[in-house]
Design a protein. Structure first.
Length: 255
C-alpha cells in the first residue's frame, strides 16, 4: 500500500487515477483548486487520506499546498497531474499564457522542491511538447504575441525536461514524464480520440508497480510504452538552463 498525492484530482485524468488507486487500497491524498471544487470529491474523500486545497496558478497557494501535504506525511509517490490549456473565460493573452506556465510548469517545479522527497515522481506532459521549442528568456510570454498552442506546448516541454532532470540529478528517485494522450476530459473535449481509461493507467502503474520496466528512472511514456521525447527535453544543457530559469522565476531552488 503506497501513500500517493495527485494534483488536480477533482476531474478528468486526476480523478480517474485517484479512483483507481483508492480501489487498489492505496492511501491517496486528493487536491482541489478551491473549497468549491473540493466539494466534488465528496464521494472519494471518505476513502482518501485527505484533501489539500490551493490554486496552483498562485505561487503562495502552491506553497500552501506543499505545506498541507507535508503535514499529512511523506508520500511514496506524487503524480503531477494538474494542467490547463488556456485560462477559462479569458481571451488568449501573454498574461493568460503566464498562467498556463504557472500551473503546468512552475507549480510542479515548486512542489517538487517543497514537498518532502518521495520515492517516485510522475509528471504529465503531452505529445504536443515536441512543438514547444522556444526561448527560455521569455518563458512567461511577456515579450511575445499570444499563441495558445505554442504556450501550452512550451509548458509541456518544460515539465518533460523537469522530469528527466530529476531522474538525472536525484538517482534515488524514480522520475518519469507521461503523455496521457488526447483524452475526452474537460480540457481535451468530448471529441478527443484517445481512451480515458488508458489515459491514466501509465501514471498509476509508475506510481506503484514493482515491474522492472517501471523501476528504471528517466522514462517518457505513452500508454505504458517508453517513447523518445523531444531532443531538448533529454538534453542536460537545456535541462540545466531551464532549472536555473525556473529557480530565478519562482525564487525556489530545486538542485
Amino acid at each position: 500500500m503506497a501513500f500517493i498525492f495527485i494534483t488536480g484530482s477533482t476531474d478528468g485524468l486526476g480523478r480517474a487515477a485517484a479512483q483507481a488507486l483508492i480501489w487498489q487500497e492505496h492511501r491517496v491524498v486528493l487536491h482541489a483548486r478551491s473549497q468549491h471544487r473540493a466539494a466534488t470529491l465528496a464521494d472519494l474523500s471518505p476513502r482518501s487520506a485527505g484533501i489539500v486545497v490551493g490554486d496552483l496558478g498562485s505561487a503562495a497557494e502552491t506553497r500552501a499546498v506543499a505545506d498541507q501535504v507535508n503535514a499529512i506525511g511523506r508520500m511514496d509517490a506524487v503524480i503531477h497531474n494538474a494542467g490547463i490549456y488556456t485560462v477559462p473565460n479569458r481571451s488568449p493573452t501573454p498574461e493568460g499564457h503566464a498562467s498556463v506556465l504557472a500551473v503546468n510548469t512552475l507549480a510542479p517545479y515548486m512542489l517538487t522542491a517543497l514537498i518532502e522527497r518521495p520515492r517516485r515522481l510522475i509528471y504529465l506532459s503531452s505529445g504536443m511538447h515536441r512543438g514547444g521549442t522556444g526561448p527560455l528568456n521569455d518563458i512567461d510570454w511577456t515579450e511575445r504575441r499570444w499563441d495558445t498552442t505554442r504556450a501550452y506546448s512550451e509548458s509541456k516541454l518544460y515539465v518533460a525536461a523537469l522530469a528527466l532532470a530529476v531522474a538525472r540529478l536525484w538517482p534515488e528517485v524514480l522520475s518519469h514524464a507521461v503523455d496521457p494522450g488526447w483524452v475526452p476530459t474537460r480540457m481535451g473535449g468530448a471529441g478527443a480520440p484517445d481512451d480515458l481509461e488508458e489515459g491514466h493507467r501509465t501514471q498509476t502503474w509508475l506510481a506503484t508497480s514493482d515491474d522492472p520496466a517501471a523501476n528504471v528512472s528517466g522514462g517518457y511514456w505513452y500508454h505504458r510504452k517508453r517513447q523518445e521525447p523531444a531532443a531538448q527535453a533529454s538534453d542536460p544543457s537545456f535541462q540545466d538552463e531551464l532549472m536555473a530559469k525556473l529557480a530565478e522565476t519562482t525564487g525556489v531552488t530545486l538542485f
